[in-house]
Design a protein around this ligand. Structure first.
Ligand code: CTP
Length: 401
C-alpha cells in the first residue's frame, strides 16, 4: 500500500517527537520514500541526524540551505508537489492553529500550504490544551479543509497528568494512513481467507504422502486480493513460494488436519473464502514413531480419509462467499456442479486436466467459473496471475450484486 509512495513527515516541537524515529522506520519498512521537515523546536526533542539516517534523506528545517560555502533555499513548493502524502506528527496546538489560519512562518507551514496531497495530522498535547475550544476549533477547521485527523489517545501525559492528548502510536498512524489509501479499493475492509498448496501426510518421521501442487494458484489469488485492498489470510501447505505484503498473513501448515484448524480459526471473520489447496484426501492410519525399515518385500500402508475442509466450511457458512476448486478429468461440468451443491458453495472454479497447460505445476491455467445459479463462464488459457484477476472479478461482481 505504501510501497513507492513519497511521504513528507512534518515534526513539530512536542515530547512525542521522539516516537517519530519509529514512525520513519515503519514507513521505510513499508517501502515508502520519506523526507522529514523539523520545526526548530522539534529538533530539541529528536535528533535530525537520527531522522536523516533512518529516512535516508537530509532532514530539512529552514528555508535556507548552506552547503560548501553556497547558500541555496529549500523549495517548499517542490516539496509540496513531491509528496503523495503529508503527515504532521506530533502536531502541537501551536502548529495546528497556524495551519488552520494560514500562518506561514517556517518551512513546515509553507510546505503544508503548498501541498496538494492528502494531509494527516496527529495531535499531541496536554489534556487541557487538547480540550480547549481554540484547539477544537483548529481540528474542525483543518478537517473542513479535507485534512485527516489521527486522534490522540488517552493515557499518561508528559506532564504526569492522565487524559486525552497522547499522540497515536506510530503503528496506528501507519494503519490509519493505509486504511485511508485502501478505501475505495474493491476489497477494502474485507477479509479474504485462501488455502493453497499441497498437504503432506506423515508416514513416519521422514516420509509422507503428498502431491505435486506448487501452491502458485492460491498465492496469485492472495496477491491479487491484497492488491484489491483486502486483508488476506493465506493458509499454505508446504510451498517454496512466499509473499511480502503487509496485507497478507501466511500461515504455514503441513497436514490436512493442521490446515483444517488454521482455516477454521479464521473463517468466522472472513468475508470471502477460497479453497485452492490440493488437500490430500487420505492419510496413513498409523504414523510410525521411527523410520520404517525395509525389512519385508512388500509394505502396505492403510489410509484413512481426511476431513474435507471445504465441505466443513460450507456446513457452517453464514455470510461468507465460499469458493472451491474442482480438478476434473471427465464429465467436468456435471462433476463440478455436483461439488458446488454438495459443499454448499457460492461458486466453483473448474480446471479440466484435459486442457493443455492447465493444472498442477504449470504457470498457466484454464478455468471455467460456475456460480450457484449455474451461470457458467469459460476463460482462455492464461497465466495464473491473470486467472487470479478473473476469479476475483467474478467474486466481486457477485458480492456487490
Ligand atoms: N478440499 C478440501 N479438503 C479436502 C479435499 C478437498 O478443502 N480434504 C477442497 C479443495 O481445496 C478444492 C475442492 O475441495 O477446493 C475440491 O477438491 P477435489 O479434490 O477436486 O474434490 P473432492 O471433493 O475431494 O472429490 P474427488 O477427489 O473425489 O474428485
Amino acid at each position: 500500500m505504501l510501497g513507492g509512495k513519497n511521504i513528507l513527515l512534518g515534526i513539530t516541537g512536542g515530547i512525542a517527537a521522539y516516537k517519530t524515529t519509529f514512525l520513519v522506520r515503519l514507513l521505510i519498512k513499508a517501502g515508502a520514500n520519506v523526507k522529514v521537515i523539523l520545526t526548530e523546536s522539534a529538533s530539541s526533542f529528536v535528533s535530525p541526524l537520527t531522522l536523516a539516517t533512518l529516512s535516508k534523506n537530509p532532514v530539512l528545517s529552514s528555508f535556507v540551505k548552506e552547503e560548501n560555502d553556497t547558500i541555496d533555499w529549500n523549495n517548499h513548493v517542490e516539496l509540496g508537489l513531491w509528496a503523495d502524502i503529508m503527515i504532521i506528527a506530533p502536531a502541537t496546538a501551536n502548529t495546528l492553529s497556524k495551519m488552520a489560519n494560514g500562518t506561514c512562518d517556517n518551512l513546515l507551514l509553507a510546505t503544508y500550504l503548498s501541498a496538494k496531497c492528502p494531509v494527516f495530522f496527529a495531535p499531541a498535547m496536554d489534556l487541557d490544551m487538547y480540550k480547549h475550544p481554540s484547539t477544537k476549533n483548529s481540528f474542525e477547521k483543518l478537517e473542513s479543509f479535507g485534512n485527516k485527523m489521527i486522534a490522540a489517545t488517552s493515557g499518561e501525559l508528559a506532564s504526569g497528568l492522565h487524559g486525552e492528548g497522547r499522540m497515536a502510536e506510530p503503528e496506528d498512524i501507519v494503519d490509519f494512513v493505509k486504511q485511508f489509501l485502501s478505501d475505495g479499493f474493491p476489497l477494502s475492509r474485507k477479509k479474504v481467507l485462501i488455502t493453497a498448496g499441497p498437504t503432506y501426510e506423515a508416514i513416519d518421521p521422514v516420509r509422507f504422502v503428498g502431491n505435486h501442487s506448487s501452491g502458485l494458484m492460491g498465492y496469485e489469488l492472495a496477491k491479487e486480493a491484497a492488491r484489491l485492498g483486502a486483508k488476506v489470510v493465506l493458509v499454505s501447505g508446504p510451498s517454496h513460494l512466499k509473499i511480502e505484503d503487509d496485507l497478507v498473513t501466511t500461515l504455514r501448515v503441513m497436514s490436512a488436519d493442521e490446515m483444517y484448524d488454521a482455516v477454521h480459526a479464521h473463517y468466522e471473520t472472513a468475508d470471502i473464502a477460497i479453497c485452492a489447496a490440493a488437500v490430500a484426501d487420505y492419510r496413513p492410519k498409523i504414523v510410525a514413531d521411527q523410520k520404517i525399515k525395509k525389512s519385508s518385500d512388500d509394505l502396505s500402508i492403510e489410509l484413512i480419509k481426511n476431513k474435507d475442509i471445504l465441505l466443513s466450511l460450507g456446513k457452517v457458512k453464514k455470510n461468507q462467499f465460499l469458493v472451491g476448486f474442482a480438478l476434473e478429468t471427465e464429465n467436468e461440468l456435471e462433476n463440478a456442479k455436483g461439488k458446488l451443491k454438495k459443499k454448499n458453495l457460492d461458486a466453483i472454479v473448474l480446471n479440466s486436466l484435459n486442457d493443455l497447460g492447465a493444472g498442477f505445476g504449470k504457470q498457466t491455467n484454464k478455468i471455467t467459473f460456475i456460480d450457484k445459479n449455474s451461470t457458467i463462464k469459460a476463460f482462455d488459457l492464461k497465466s495464473k496471475a491473470a486467472v487470479a484477476v478473473d476469479i476475483l472479478e467474478e467474486i466481486i461482481s457477485r458480492i456487490n450484486a
